[in-house]
Design a protein around this ligand. Structure first.
Ligand SMILES: [Zn+2]
Length: 309
């Protein structure tokens, strides 16, 4: 699947039925008031992960070494009106419990997002979500995990996420995110949101599907979505030139907290972020081409435009 294709056919129907009055996700609802032609926008989030390979709960120095850059990045992104969405796997959340009890709630209070990120090496996605509740995250509806799992009746990984429930038997998640195809672990090339089928091929849209999927449109050439500063601008320029005006267009990359594990390395990356935000992203945001969102906010945009899909 490439930029131009979508995982389902209703797009054609929408294009056929939709007159010019049909609003597509655009920068500013006032476009129609000013008579300016509406342009599709690209919703962007900076995804950050903390992997469970480090036992943060036993290593106060390691925890603080990486929590510091996380806070610096949050502040830097906030200065630029930009959004990060953090997915700590279970060892980092236990580290929060031990060494930084307000880290995640401060992150949310600053307007950034959190998602449940579980490789399920030893804790299930439900258990990781429960740990988030224990450190004061009152609600989290975005899941990143379960990639190798099958749901009930042999359903796919999205079916597995959809069957997760809270203590009141209510669905735990409304939204799934991933930058790689669950089965192949390669970039899936999807750059929109849709409701994935929970049986068979998850890339097929099912209007009755219980979850949203938000695609990253990650590039194969940058390691399946891992952040590559040198490829970032070309990737996004290409995406902006190929937006689907009948869909909610989404993009995110995968930054890794362990890449900020040495002070010199962390400073270098944060400086690079400042440069990218100032030189590249800020003008695109000012032009209305890019809108920063958290995953939960992107999910709300998808929901708001569902009738047009
Ligand atoms: Zn991960």
């Amino acid at each position: 699947m490439n930029n131009q294709t979508t995982p389902f056919m209703p797009a054609l129907l929408v294009l056929f039925c939709c007159s010019q009055a049909c609003s597509t996700p655009t920068t500013d609802e006032s476009d129609s008031d000013t008579g300016t032609p509406e342009q599709p926008v690209l919703y962007v989030v900076s995804m950050m992960h903390a992997e469970d390979a480090i036992n943060f709960m036993d290593l106060e120095v390691a925890f603080n070494t990486m929590a510091g850059p996380l806070q610096e990045l949050d502040a830097l992104f906030s200065e630029h009106g930009a959004k990060t969405d953090f997915g700590p796997d279970w060892t980092f959340i236990l580290g929060v419990q031990a060494w930084g009890p307000t880290l995640l709630t401060d992150h949310l209070a600053a307007g950034h997002g959190l998602h449940t990120h579980a490789h399920e090496t030893s804790r299930s996605i439900k258990e990781v979500n429960d740990l988030l509740l224990e450190v004061g995250v009152s609600e989290n509806r975005v899941a990143n995990g379960g990639f190798k799992q099958e749901g009930p009746d042999g359903q796919n990984w999205v079916g597995y996420l959809a069957q997760q429930t809270d203590d009141s038997s209510q669905p735990l998640f409304t939204t799934a995110v991933a930058y790689k195809d669950a089965d192949t672990q390669l970039s899936n090339g999807i750059g929109i949101c849709f409701r994935p089928s929970t049986s068979g091929d998850w890339t097929v849209h099912d209007p009755e599907g219980p979850l949203w999927y938000i695609g990253s449109n990650a590039l194969q050439s940058v390691g399946g979505g891992a952040l590559d500063f040198d490829a970032l601008r070309d990737w996004i320029d290409d995406r902006l030139a190929n937006l689907d005006p009948s869909k909610v267009n989404t993009l995110y990359w995968h930054d890794s907290l362990h890449k900020y594990g040495q002070p010199a390395q962390a400073s270098e990356r944060i400086e690079r972020w400042e440069q990218e935000l100032t030189e590249y992203f800020d003008p695109l945001v000012a032009d209305g081409k890019i809108v920063w969102k958290t995953f939960a906010e992107m999910s709300d945009v998808c929901q708001a435009h569902e009738a047009e899909f």
